[in-house]
Design a protein around this ligand. Structure first.
Ligand code: BG6
Length: 464
């Protein structure tokens, strides 16, 4: 490795920390959901998970020993401000100080996400992101983080995946509050984007050092047929999945075509207030964080009501589906390989995506904030974990990213999802993404997988 390009891996607080009732932490919506009768698909919790709260030193040491120079993690809002608003928990602040200091002691650059799905339960009960007050609370919480950690953190991300999160919360209905209502979904997404813009504005006004971005699940949108109808479906899908978020945070304006379409769908946009445009304009990001997993193949809408379905079982027969009435439908190419959760394995999609993002946003830079594959990894009797499929996947994506960089796309970091195995939202613990295996049955022992060593050597051999 020759430069300051960030080669790292990523986690999120709820998924790995555990210690859900320790250190003065308040409850989050995910604590509450996982302990409720609504948690039926894979009824487990992340109360302990891989216990990163107590073992972060070991995890960061392993990450650094694996040649990685950057670690993306998120702060649990409910650890820092247990009630969501008001008093700061010094114990919570002290924990993240230790994590950040540990990174720096190992020469690891921290990239800190302020909000990765876990909302303080107090705010969730008041409507969560459907309530505009949550934006203000988010800004106040972010300022605490900037003040307490900003002397050492140089890369911030405001929120993780406003699109995918709200799709799961309000369209698929498998994340809390388990609703299927696109109108409510667009309202929540609007407020997440507004809250993010308020945080970016506060970051600039406060004169804090470093770069601030937003992490967006973004997809290469492709079709199997090239004609006007298919092209229109692709335009619609790009608005639906990517541009509603990316235009808003990078260009400071929600695309008018997107607004027109949701209004045509009958969505009431009373939540968009005069003055918000100024906030969006003042809150444009320094970089776009790209979570890259798969492309979306789309085709024209034909018939039926809107229906979005995720595959949460890990059974090959269980498919992801999407019909978005009057917008598009998801298409399939059955010749493509998929994992057990019906995710297509297509590394070139990252190249296609980056070329498109550069076309849309030539002034910004990009960080691949997540890229990974869920698999039912097996711990062999001799204590090793062989995951050639993960090596093939990560290598393919990383190489296509490098190809896009050769063509001039400004990418400054690449983070594998995930640093170690952790709780997978709704999918539980059988779906593993880590470079390091967690033996949940045996004291959460950490076992580097073959991919961990492959990644170390790959990073070492890089020119960037
Ligand atoms: C991303 C999230 O959408 O995908 C991560 O930012 C998540 O938090 C990852 O874990 C994989 O999704 P899942 O549902 O398979 O764990």
């Amino acid at each position: 490795m020759k430069t300051d390009f960030m080669w790292g891996s990523a986690t999120a607080a709820y998924q790995c920390e555990g210690a859900w009732q320790e250190g003065g932490k308040g409850l989050s919506n995910w604590d509450a959901f996982c302990h409720s009768e609504k948690n039926v698909v894979n009824p487990v919790t992340a109360d302990v998970s891989c216990d990163h709260y107590h073992r972060y030193e070991e995890d960061i040491e392993m990450l650094a020993a694996g040649g990685q120079n950057a670690y993306r993690f998120s702060i649990a809002w409910s650890r820092v401000i247990p009630d969501g608003i008001g008093a700061v928990s010094e114990e919570g602040v002290a924990f993240y100080n230790r994590v950040i200091d540990c990174c720096l002691a190992h020469g690891v650059t921290p990239l800190v996400t302020l909000y990765h799905y876990d909302l303080p339960q107090t705010l969730f009960e008041r409507g969560g992101w459907e309530n505009r007050e949550t934006c203000k609370a988010f800004e106040a919480y972010a300022k605490v983080c900037f003040d307490r950690f900003g002397d050492r953190v140089r890369y911030w991300a405001t929120v993780n995946e406003p699109n995918y999160e709200t799709q799961c919360c309000y369209a698929v209905g498998n994340y809390p509050p388990n609703v299927q209502d696109l109108g409510r979904r667009w309202c929540a997404m609007y407020h997440i984007l507004l809250g993010s813009a308020m945080v970016v504005r506060a970051f600039r006004e406060g004169g804090y050092q470093g770069s601030i971005g937003l992490v967006s699940d973004s997809y290469s949108i492709e079709t199997l047929v090239d004609n006007d109808e298919y092209r229109e479906a692709a335009v619609n899908a790009e608005l639906f999945y990517n541009r509603c978020v990316n235009d808003t945070c990078v260009l400071g304006k929600m695309p008018q075509e997107f607004v027109d379409k949701i209004v045509a769908d009958g969505c009431n946009r009373d939540y968009a207030l005069p003055g918000d445009d100024d906030i969006f304009r003042a809150g444009t990001v320094d970089y776009l964080g790209v979570n890259a997993y798969a492309r979306y193949l789309v085709k024209p809408y034909t018939t039926g009501e809107t229906c979005l379905k995720a595959s949460n079982t890990g059974k090959k027969s269980d498919r992801q589906e999407a019909v978005v009435k009057n917008w598009f439908e998801i298409d399939r190419d059955d010749s493509m390989p998929t994992n057990d959760w019906d995710m297509e394995l297509y590394p070139k999609s990252l190249y296609n995506l980056l070329i498109r993002l550069r076309e849309l946003y030539p002034e910004t830079f990009f960080i691949i904030t997540e890229n990974g594959i869920g698999y039912k990894d097996v711990l062999e009797e001799d204590g090793t974990v062989h995951d050639p499929y993960r090596i093939e996947f990560q290598k393919g994506f990383a190489e296509w990213m490098l190809e896009a960089m050769k063509e001039g796309v400004d990418v400054r970091g690449y983070f594998v999802w995930s640093t170690m195995d952790l709780y997978s939202w709704i999918n539980g613990y059988a779906k593993r993404y880590g470079l390091v295996y967690i033996d949940y049955e045996n004291g959460n022992k950490r076992i580097p997988k073959d991919s961990y060593y492959w990644y170390r050597d790959f990073i070492e051999s890089q020119e960037v």
